[in-house]
Design a protein around this ligand. Structure first.
Ligand code: 57M
Length: 358
């Protein structure tokens, strides 16, 4: 909004030019979302408590009994602060920015309905897995239908490390991108089982993608780094800034011992939008490295469930997802969380090194 309000003065008064720069507005979006969430966080948590939006807790991991009643749906705080910040600092005439918001809010709505049903019925069931999956696919497909019609957007798939190989997937790109978004959304959801465990790697991924998105929207940088160039995509860096800020602000209250959980409204929206960011900057495969921790948690579930079925009841891990395995081995929760964060920072740095390695 500030961008559009200031645009008549660009070039007239040097002072206003600063609002033109994506880098400045992204930083401003980060700081706005961070401060806003820290300031309104306590009011918001009190409001959730008053509405009795407390998380039903499973009894199979004893250490979690003490978490009973912790308010959930903290993802609404992330959505609100991020939304306000993007509206303030983004160029609201940019189609990529709106598409990113559509994916974020759409996946968030699915998560909200799931959380709401769990809370209303006082159990952990929520909406059926099938309905949730279908709704996620519809939202992702809608966003992709608009995206593939954008003349500047390409359906080519870039392969990390290889600069000359980029197969054009054509219409097959659409289901492929839908798969990326839905898989990322569910992977973040599976990871969200310890205080700060999902938001930490999400912040790292948001930071890494802010760089890839900025470069993808910059003709000179993308040509120098041999990355695909999509004019206009750079504006989504403002969203990434707000994502990092709102994520840090949420972590302020979700850090161990958590005062609030993000709920499905948070995990599904954040995961879905990370998938979309990867698709936007044409780094779909690199998401597997940036979000390697989410991949590891998901793989642990796939392996555990397959092995369990195949052997008629035997397990590879003490419990899946992976974080439960370490919990049951007696590793303190805060140690698991910090080690998982360190791993995700390492993976983020590896992914950044791909900027030049090709
Ligand atoms: C949701 N939700 C957390 C909170 C959060 C297929 C199977 C592996 C599915 C999996 C599952 O249901 N995963 C998705 C995980 C829950 O957190 C809520 O849910 C939101 C995210 N969707 O925001 O609202 C609990 O996690 C803890 N928590 C924290 N801090 C946080 O910041 O401590 C969450 C956020 C909260 C709180 O205790 O209540 C969850 O874990 O339920 N299922 C599982 O993960 C289950 N695993 C399992 O059954 N494994 C079997 C299978 C695969 C064969 C096995 O290995 O033998 C475990 N879930 C739990 N206890 N809670 C089983 C043990």
């Amino acid at each position: 909004m500030i961008y559009l309000l200031c645009s008549p003065f660009f070039g007239e008064w040097a002072f206003f030019n600063v609002f033109r720069y994506i880098t400045f507005r992204s930083m401003a979006a980060l700081i706005t979302a961070l401060i806003l969430s820290i300031v309104i966080g306590p009011l918001f948590i009190r409001w959730l408590r008053r509405l009795k939006f407390g998380q039903p807790i499973h009894e199979d991991v004893a250490a979690h009994a003490a978490k009973a009643g912790t308010p959930t749906m903290g993802g609404l705080l992330i959505i609100f602060c991020l939304g306000v910040s993007v509206l303030l600092w983004g160029d609201l005439s940019n189609v990529y920015l709106w598409l990113t918001m559509l994916v974020f809010l759409g996946f968030g709505l699915v998560g909200f309905l799931d959380d709401f049903k769990k809370i209303r019925e006082h159990n952990n069931k929520g909406i059926s897995a099938k309905t949730k999956f279908l709704a996620q696919c519809v939202i992702a497909a809608l966003a992709m239908l608009v995206l593939v019609y954008e003349p500047a957007y390409s359906t080519k798939l870039s392969i990390p490390f290889l600069k000359d190989v980029a197969p054009d997937l054509g219409w097959f790109y659409l289901p492929f991108a839908v798969f990326i978004m839905v898989a990322a959304s569910n992977a973040v959801n599976l990871t969200d089982g310890l205080d700060g465990l999902a938001i930490g790697p999400t912040i790292v991924a948001g930071g890494v993608f802010s760089i890839f998105i900025y470069v993808t929207g910059h003709a000179a940088f993308s040509s120098y780094l041999l990355l695909p160039y999509t004019p206009g995509v750079g504006e989504v860096t403002v969203f990434c800034g707000a994502l990092v800020g709102a994520g840090l602000g949420f972590l302020w209250y979700n850090a161990y011992p958590a005062q609030v959980f993000m709920g499905d409204v948070g995990s599904l929206s954040l995961g879905g939008v990370l998938g979309f960011l990867a698709v936007l900057c044409k780094q779909e495969l690199l998401l597997g490295i940036v979000g390697g921790l989410f991949v590891a948690e998901t793989l642990s579930v796939i392996l555990q469930v397959s092995y369990f079925r195949w052997t008629g009841g035997k397990r590879i891990f003490r419990m899946a997802p992976l974080h439960h395995h370490y919990e049951l081995k007696g590793v303190p929760e805060s140690k698991i969380i910090i080690r998982f964060w360190i791993t995700s920072i390492l993976l983020g740095l590896v992914a950044l090194s791909f900027l030049k390695l090709r």
